[in-house]
Design a protein around this ligand. Structure first.
Ligand SMILES: O=P(O)(O)OC[C@H]1O[C@H](OP(=O)(O)OP(=O)(O)O)[C@H](O)[C@@H]1O
Ligand SMILES: Nc1ncnc2[nH]cnc12
Length: 242
């Protein structure tokens, strides 16, 4: 069961978005996230963010009250930009987290603490933002990093997996031989929305006999119901943005 711990909102107002005036090519979750942004980071408005730790199915908590003190700081370092890349989309921008050395380190540490010593030999990162969080986690837990790329980027022989977008399809690819059957993997990305990307990554690795221990993201947009698309594969997130 997912555990969500609401932080005291700094502001109460929420944005209500009108339905999109045009079809979307890519389902980016349209919602009113709520995080109050430090004024130097926000060009627009205030939001509220719900934070949770260990929102995986086993609801493991970092501290007795379930709230790791690092989480609120990480949450407040993430910027939410309305209407990017299209009107109505609340874009969760992790580049501001990367500028905050403490928040970035804490983010990596939280994942490392969870996965170190768990017999994981593969950290698979999904292009592009999984390439930011995956490698430092892989190095710290002594696993290899396997990039899961957008089509036609990898030079060697690839195995690919297609996934549906609201309109059309997309694909991710991995080099043949990057992993061996029987290896244990985690899959890292910055954010899960509809779950299309992560579920394709799961299928790709499972096709070559890899055991997916868990998918891990910094942010979940629960209203997009990506968790449902992952089925039985566990999902661990640091922040649930609602
Ligand atoms: O759960 P989903 O609905 O599949 O959405 C989540 C994916 O969307 C974003 O990447 P995007 O596809 O925008 O690519 P980018 O990181 O290359 O910009 C994000 O980094 C995830 O990979
Ligand atoms: N709202 C969002 N913000 C950032 N990345 C996304 N990927 C899908 N939806 C997203």
């Amino acid at each position: 069961m997912q555990t969500i711990i609401a932080l005291a909102p700094l502001v109460s107002h929420r944005l209500c978005l009108a339905p999109p005036p045009f079809p979307r090519h890519r389902l980016l979750c349209r919602r009113a996230p709520s995080i109050r942004l430090p004024s130097h980071r926000s060009s627009t408005t205030s939001f509220r963010l719900l934070s949770s730790f260990a929102a995986s199915r086993d609801s493991e908590m970092a501290t007795e009250d379930g709230q790791d003190p690092r989480i609120p700081k990480i949450a407040s370092s993430i910027r939410v930009i309305p209407d990017f890349p299209k009107p109505g989309i609340m874009f969760h921008d992790i580049t501001t987290l990367l500028l905050d050395t403490e928040a970035f380190k804490d983010t990596i540490d939280l994942f490392v603490e969870r996965y170190k010593g768990k017999g994981i030999s593969v950290v698979a990162g999904v292009e592009a933002r999984g390439f930011i969080f995956g490698p430092p986690i892989a190095l710290a837990i002594g696993a290899k990093f396997v990039p899961m790329r957008k089509p036609k980027k990898l030079p060697g022989k690839v195995i690919s997996e297609e996934y549906s977008l609201e309109y059309g399809t997309d694909k991710i690819e991995m080099h043949v031989g990057a992993v061996e059957p029987g290896e244990r993997a985690i899959i890292i990305d910055d954010l899960i929305a509809t779950g299309g990307t992560l579920s394709a990554a799961v299928r790709l690795l499972e096709r070559v006999g890899v055991k997916i221990v868990e998918c891990a993201c910094v942010i979940e947009l629960p209203e997009c119901k990506g968790r449902e698309k992952l089925g039985e594969t566990p999902l661990f997130i640091l922040i649930s943005s609602a």
